[in-house]
Design a protein around this ligand. Sequence first.
Ligand code: ADP
Ligand code: MG
Length: 190
Amino acid sequence: MGDEKIPLFSKPPVELNPDLCSNHLVESDVFIGLGSNLGDREMNLLQGIAEVGKLPLSRITALSSFYETEAVGEIDQPDFLNGVLRLETGLTPRQLLSGLQQIEAGPFRRVRSVPKGPRTMDLDILLFGSAAVFEDGLVIPHPRLHERRFVLEPLAEIAPEFQHPLLRKTISELLKMIKGNQRVKKIQEG
Ligand code: ADP
Ligand code: MG
């Protein structure tokens, strides 16, 4: 009597795949940028959103409008359609990146032929709560997020008061500070 061990944690309500569970199962608000400039761009974004929604331990909690945006950089390529979604997830940043890369490579058959070139689907982790990650092949917050109007415009729609964890400015402040006039046009619904 008295030595019965009381389990500290009850069994999770669903069977979790241990390969996809982080050790620290902390739910974080994550923002993901989506972009497409090949094929039926709107269908691509919609399908991309559906695929992200199917990731384990994750659910989409907000979605921006879609924006038609001029491609930046040296390569001459078609305009993009861009959007941003908010995801609540128990995945680690690495697990999430790998899930996003599987979506790019799988349903969209994206091949990395020309770096920064046209693509059916680009999925970038923009922010992962207040985390900062500097690893090989994974940098969060996304290092160019604050200089890209096509990211900040949709992000400001769903997270204007979210603070960039390193720059210590909100998304709307960053949008006001941005230089250059890259063409970014919100697609009107209906
Ligand atoms: P782009 O910079 O145009 O998005 P890619 O989608 O081809 O180019 O990504 C190039 C590499 O960027 C990927 O192999 C990935 O490992 C790396 N990467 C680093 N940080 C991130 C991030 N936060 N989100 C997505 N990819 C990232
Ligand atoms: Mg990318």
